[in-house]
Design a protein around this ligand. Sequence first.
Ligand SMILES: Nc1ncnc2c1ncn2[C@@H]1O[C@H](COP(=O)(O)OP(=O)(O)OP(=O)(O)O)[C@@H](O)[C@H]1O
Ligand SMILES: Nc1ccn([C@H]2C[C@H](O)[C@@H](COP(=O)(O)O)O2)c(=O)n1
Ligand SMILES: [Mg+2]
Length: 239
Amino acid sequence: MWKRVASLSPLISSKRSSTLNQAAYTFKRFESFTTETPAQGKVGMFFKGKTPFITFVLGGPGSGKGTQCEKIVENFGFTHLSAGDLLRREITSNTEDGAKILDTIKEGKIVHSEVTVKLIRKEIDSSDNYKFLIDGFPRSEENRIEFERITEAEPDIVLFFDCPEEEMVKRVLNRNQGRVDDNIDTIRKRLKTFESLNLPVVNYYSKRGKLYTINAVGTADEIFEQVRPVFAAHEELST
Ligand SMILES: Nc1ncnc2c1ncn2[C@@H]1O[C@H](COP(=O)(O)OP(=O)(O)OP(=O)(O)O)[C@@H](O)[C@H]1O
Ligand SMILES: Nc1ccn([C@H]2C[C@H](O)[C@@H](COP(=O)(O)O)O2)c(=O)n1
Ligand SMILES: [Mg+2]
């Protein structure tokens, strides 16, 4: 069954580390089509016949992705899949893959896309939910392309938490969760990786009109007040 849906069109902030215009969300209805029962094939099998709602959550290390995802889960019933958490879980499995992942993470580099996409896909496959926040993914164009190849799906929206570097460094150094990559040497490397590999992905989704840039400076509650309308509007439009 085909149904017409309306969608939000984000007003995109192109400035780095900018202060987001608080009125950054304009309703601009445009026509798109979706299906509640996807045709047989990878997408249908992958999502068990339900139309998925996929949000990619991007931002530098310590920009507050995980913190905001928790709030989105509480308020809008999404399932939170953190690519970093899935990889860290793999490290504890003591497999050969796990050892390689640990080395990559310590170096502030990106794990091979096939590994990460397989872990994400497995979580989606085993979930009863159809609304997903995929946090810290895609971290590179290679990640993005591999996700599209394996799932034949694209995100509905992409959040980008825009945060100045000095604030990200401060937050990560204060995090105190015992992460092997929360030290100043690895943080510097992660920031370089973010700049060179993740920002092209941000620009890609900006050009496709899917990006919501959030000013990630302020308290977590203040930031969530920018995030809330994005999801509230989508809920309203899909009912
Ligand atoms: N708005 C905020 N103001 C101050 N501290 C914050 C804010 N949001 C999150 N934090 C804190 O900053 C640290 C990093 O936040 P969080 O783990 O959510 O970031 P992240 O983007 O998921 O980072 P990473 O990419 O490294 O996983 C945490 O200790 C968190 O409690
Ligand atoms: N798509 C991804 C996501 C994460 N990683 C690795 C490299 C990151 O520095 C590390 C921690 O991720 P975070 O918890 O900060 O989101 O995990 C990756 O290789 N690919
Ligand atoms: Mg995180």
